[in-house]
Ligand binder design. Structure first.
Ligand SMILES: [Zn+2]
Length: 81
């Protein structure tokens, strides 16, 4: 039996940035401040490299829908079922 092992490090796709610094480096752009309509929290709009807007918790690189108690407001836009 022979065991062949890849000595290569696999390149992982970059996970979602965790800091503002990483966001900027990854090509995200700050697009202004706002207030969440669902819960009233302060949020920041960021535009992803794919030109998609995402709301972040203010001052963080944490997508607001992860913490928003009314996150369904964000998700239910696409599909009407
Ligand atoms: Zn909210």
């Amino acid at each position: 039996m022979s065991t062949s092992q890849m000595g290569q490090e696999t390149e992982k796709p970059m996970p979602f940035p965790k800091t503002i610094d990483e966001l900027v480096k990854a090509g995200y752009k700050h697009d202004g401040d706002a207030q969440c309509k669902g819960c009233g929290a302060s949020i920041e709009w960021w535009v992803t490299p794919r030109n998609k807007k995402i709301p972040m918790d203010f001052g963080t690189a944490n997508p607001h829908w992860m913490t928003c108690p009314n996150a369904n407001d964000f998700r239910d836009r696409k599909v009407a079922s």
